[in-house]
Design a protein around this ligand. Structure first.
Ligand code: CA
Length: 224
């Protein structure tokens, strides 16, 4: 995730708040720096302040959209710049928030966007290692053989595999797979991961494919 905000206090506060909610974010304080950053790696989401000192936010948005067709762009705007929102949406932004906004609202928007954010092709099928997921049909195959999965097991596998190579936190998994309002013990998550691992290995997948990060979450490995 990339945060583009020229006010260093707001910027670092945002990055910290995102980090404590399980999102890895880097900060760029100018439009130029933002455009520079995305040359090194494609962020899944960009939070873009429209009032930037060097290049105007709408131009940054348009340039980002050209190089990053599948990245979610959420623009942040001051009340006095509200007219720019329409222009930014035309320039390819997906959503906007008017400052000051509540962190809970920002997080809710991000969650919704990240859930939806996949290219049309990725939306249909997903392949990692020997695994292939047919998402619309909710079917999972390992080396061409279909796995018999319970609904929650399929959701969990999809949540992990769609973030292959990244840590998915326990909180994120509980939110995405079980209920946004879950509370209490999360042992059910470990039980489901255990079952998934067994079913995957039975069909020839590597037992190291799902890595446990004790107390933090799980990672579906791209290479094992
Ligand atoms: Ca600003």
């Amino acid at each position: 995730m990339l945060v583009v905000e020229d006010d260093p206090a707001i910027g670092s506060e945002l990055v910290e708040a995102l980090a404590s909610n399980g999102y890895q974010a880097v900060l760029a304080t100018t439009g130029g720096e933002a455009l520079e950053r995305v040359r090194d790696g494609v962020p899944d989401l960009v939070l873009l302040d429209l009032g930037l000192p060097d290049i105007d936010g709408v131009t940054v948005c348009r340039r980002l959209r050209t190089t990053l067709p599948f990245t979610v762009i959420v623009v942040l705007t001051a009340r006095s710049q509200e007219f720019e929102v329409v222009v930014a949406l035309d320039a390819g932004a997906d959503d906007y928030l008017t400052k000051p906004f509540r962190l809970t609202e920002l997080l809710a928007r991000l969650r919704a966007h990240l859930r939806r954010q996949t290219s049309p092709q990725e939306e249909r099928s997903l392949s990692v290692g020997l695994l292939r997921l047919d998402l619309p049909a909710r079917r999972a195959y390992v080396a061409g053989e279909e796995l018999a999965l319970r609904p929650k097991e399929f959701d969990l596998l999809a949540a992990l595999a769609s973030h292959a190579g990244e840590v998915v936190t326990r909180e994120q998994l509980m939110d995405d797979v079980w209920d946004a309002n879950w509370f209490g013990p999360t042992k059910t998550l470990d039980v489901h991961v255990f079952a998934l691992r067994r079913k995957l290995t039975e069909h020839g997948e590597d037992p190291q494919r799902i890595t446990t990060l004790r107390g933090r979450g799980y990672r579906y490995e791209i290479d094992v």
